[in-house]
Design a protein around this ligand. Structure first.
Ligand code: CIR
Length: 258
């Protein structure tokens, strides 16, 4: 097993699946079973704990159907946390509780209108920050992020996202200079110098996976992707994500790793 860049990772922010989750924003019409989603979330949280993360819970809120997708509310860069301005009206209030908790843990900054951004569009690879320009995230947000990170060594790069909701729906960082991605969703030349695992056709959903301390959590039933990730030296655990997939969410969306 490889040793990961994220060796000092210790906490994960998570938020319960609300009872209203079946009213979340989504493109699929498949029926969501909220009870199963809650069980899958429990399994997810247990996996994070097994991997050594201690959980910080944001108070659940049934008035916010998408609130379990906590990744979209804030992005952490070392000791700084940036609270997002979310474009979707039904999600905008998700940041209130997150900002309170984040304020206790980090030096917090805000993205302000006309900028809009979802955390799912921010892919951090060591000192590079790739920001997806998507239906949710605009160039004003990139400009504000650049200012916030201005005195750091982080380099912010924007990239247009196609066909998927967020940049991280199509690409995640596994550590040790390796990204995993699904082709055809953004200009991959931005990832120059990085090792790349390309998910096979039909397994695109597995490009949104979560690496914690050398283990990669991937969505169940993506056997080819699993083999490719293991071949790169990572340990893999599979999780059932059916109900989150129906809500256009995946593995990274359910936590913020600190
Ligand atoms: C939404 O459309 O906003 C949610 N139903 C799904 C958000 C998934 N978040 C993510 O990929 N970071």
């Amino acid at each position: 097993m490889k040793s990961m860049g994220a060796g000092s990772v210790r906490h994960a922010l998570v938020r319960p699946v609300p009872y209203s989750y079946d009213r979340c924003i989504r493109t699929s019409r498949e029926k969501i079973d909220v009870a199963i989603a809650r069980r899958q979330h429990d399994e997810y949280c247990r996996a994070l704990q097994r991997l050594g993360l201690s959980l910080i819970w944001i108070r659940g809120d049934n008035a916010l159907p998408d609130s379990c997708f906590v990744e979209d509310t804030a992005v952490v860069f070392g000791e700084k946390a940036v609270i997002c301005n979310m474009r979707e009206k039904s999600r905008a209030n998700e940041v209130t509780e997150v900002a309170k908790v984040m304020g206790e843990l980090k030096e917090t900054y805000r993205i302000n209108p006309p900028a809009t951004i979802d955390g799912g569009d921010v892919l951090v690879v060591e000192d590079r920050v790739f920001v997806g320009i998507s239906a949710r995230t605009n160039l004003h947000a990139v400009a504000q992020l650049k200012k916030i990170l201005g005195n750091s060594r982080m380099n912010v790069v924007s990239v247009k996202v196609h066909r998927v909701l967020h940049l991280k729906s199509a690409c995640t960082y596994l550590g040790n200079g390796v990204v995993i991605l699904s082709k055809g969703c953004f200009d991959t030349s931005i990832l120059q110098g990085l090792g790349k695992i390309i998910v096979p056709r039909g397994e695109e959903y597995a490009a949104d996976c979560l690496a914690v301390s050398g283990t990669v959590l991937i969505a169940r039933d993506h056997a080819e992707t699993r083999k490719l990730v293991e071949k790169e030296g990572f340990r893999v655990e599979e999780l059932e994500m059916s109900e989150f997939r129906k809500g256009d969410g995946a593995l990274t969306c359910l936590s913020i790793i600190l």
